[in-house]
Design a protein around this ligand. Structure first.
Ligand code: DX5
Ligand code: ZN
Length: 217
């Protein structure tokens, strides 16, 4: 069976000890770092994770930087994150009319691109984009906050995506974000997820390193 990738969301990390946390994640077997960017408009919260934080982190780790833009105008800010060291930029399907142009722009800058769908957005709305993107991010909670519960019905979306990707032999990851713990992780990997994002489960654990490892099995 294919090995799952764990992408801890640093939204739940202790920012004073960010470098230490990232090293711990590296040693625990996480391969990606999930970086949530919120603009106070597309979602109610504003995160302090801007390009400056990404740039500082770039100096201390080689892990893949998976930037999740929960912003109304991703076409205006993605370049700054690219310059700061992002390896993959995911924007939301719900915000732009011309998604293909943004996909092409991000890809031709030499990094990977993903499209995310909120819980109420169906797979059929993004199916035509799958051949052009590197990743579909299935939100299993309403975006905006960590610590929410996994919405069980999202499993059907993951299964549908798995079928579409396998049937057409598309080179596209399925990532799931929101409410991931050791139980929901195994349901998701059985349904065909490639990348697990997890925030509060890892960072509120007594032993965050063991929490990362529990998602890898
Ligand atoms: C929510 C963010 C998530 C969040 C996940 O809008 O996109 O990445 O940090 O946190 P947990 O794992 O606690 O649901
Ligand atoms: Zn996220």
């Amino acid at each position: 069976m294919k090995k799952v990738i764990v992408a801890p969301s640093i939204l739940s990390a202790n920012f004073v000890a960010l470098e230490h946390n990232v090293k711990m994640l590296e040693e625990s077997g996480a391969e990606w770092i999930h970086i949530d960017v919120m603009d106070g408009h597309f979602v109610p919260s504003i995160t302090t994770v801007g390009p400056l934080v990404v740039k500082s982190l770039r100096n201390v780790t080689k892990l893949l930087f998976d930037v999740h833009l929960m912003t109304t105008s991703p076409e205006k800010c993605w370049r700054e994150f690219r310059r700061a060291g992002a390896d993959l930029i995911t924007f939301h399907n719900e915000v732009l009319a011309d998604k293909k142009k943004l996909i092409d722009d991000i890809k031709s800058s030499g990094i990977k691109v993903g499209v995310s769908i909120k819980p109420k957005t169906s797979v059929s709305e993004i199916e035509y984009l799958i051949p052009y993107i590197d990743l579909v991010l299935v939100m299993a909670v309403e975006p905006g906050f960590s610590g929410q519960s996994f919405i069980g019905d999202m499993i059907y979306k993951i299964k549908d995506l798995r079928k579409i990707i396998d049937k057409n032999n598309y080179d596209c990851f399925i990532e799931v974000d929101g409410g991931i713990n050791s139980q929901t992780a195994s349901v998701c990997t059985n349904a065909g997820v490639d990348v697990l994002v997890s925030g509060s489960y890892i960072f509120s654990a007594k032993n965050p390193s063991l929490a990362v490892k529990s998602l890898l099995v």
